[in-house]
Design a protein around this ligand. Sequence first.
Ligand code: NAD
Ligand code: UDP
Ligand code: UDP
Length: 318
Amino acid sequence: MKSANVLEKVLVTGGAGFLGSHLCERLLKTGADVLCVDNFFTGSKANIAHLIGKPTFELMRHDVTFPLYVEVDKIFNLACPASPVHYQYDPVQTAKTSVNGAINMLGLAKRLKARILQASTSEIYGDPEMHPQTEGYWGRVNPVGIRSCYDEGKRCAETLFFDYWRQHNLNIKVIRIFNTYGPRMHPDDGRVVSNFIVQALRGVDITLYGDGEQTRSFCYVDDLIEGMMAMMQSRDEITGPINMGNPTEFTMRELAELTLKLTGSKSKLSFLPLPSDDPRRRKPDITVAREQLGWSPKVSLEDGLKETVRYFRHTLDL
Ligand code: NAD
Ligand code: UDP
Ligand code: UDP
């Protein structure tokens, strides 16, 4: 048991990214001593500029595919580009980040006997035959397609987490994050929420891929961060994998129409080809998160989009 005056040291890999920066902020509010590690591939100093200078926040430029020797009590492993545009830019590096990065962070956790959480993904399920997706579903993933560097990299990382748990008795936590959005998304990362908002604010065409009838379920970032915190604080037996996302499902056409309504934009819809291996439907079954963590999302898509629109209006000066 730690004495009350010793700050808990928490490592966040990918801490300068979209989710990582919100997590660092949230951890600092709990009084933790936060070490943010990032190679700035998709993250930026701007995301954490407001944290630099705080006595309990430390930033370290480092690529997790290389070993890392630091002293911490807990590790959140988020380092990995998350949008298809970014993770397909250098697919070999994406796979290395997921796999070698996981090995290094697990090796670090093993040496320190630290608790470690993996930010896994709904992409584990690929283009699913089961709807909604439960944690027991093994997925339908193309091993040799353009999304495979990410999907299979993340699947292999989950395998490593469970092998370190079985073999070395490591204290692991694996969450499968479904599409999450909010302030500090990268405006050019090609993800649908940021694309639609930025297009609507600029008054250019909204790009719908395919017929726009494919579905996703969008979770607002604040809800997700609460889920991550609850998972990290859960009792040792809870390893996951646990789905985290908002189970309310929308078609991309509905998302486009809602974005137009909230921005008051006159942009038109334009239809472009569907990228290969693009999942048709995605919606989390979050029964396990509700039962084991008492967690469920609270923010509606409309409210979350309003905040995100406000953010893009401000940062892009639109
Ligand atoms: P992001 O791209 O904004 O953040 C990823 C961060 O990792 C960036 O700051 C990037 O610079 C850093 N990074 C990448 N490779 C690295 C490396 N080799 N070494 C050190 N740092 C590295 O993406 P995000 O949306 O914040 O995603 C964070 C994590 O959550 C990722 O692991 C992603 O797979 C997972 N996730 C996100 C979503 C989502 O909807 N946002 C969904 C499922 C899973
Ligand atoms: N590692 C690290 N920091 C540490 C301990 C280990 O980065 O504090 C890395 C190291 O590169 C190692 C990997 O984690 O290769 C896996 O460690 P593990 O102890 O599981 O295996 P081994 O050292 O036998 O390869
Ligand atoms: N999408 C779209 N227009 C865009 C960007 C994405 O219609 O400008 C679609 C994409 O084809 C997919 C969905 O929106 O069906 C979600 O895409 P995103 O890249 O945000 O996430 P992922 O496919 O990884 O769930």
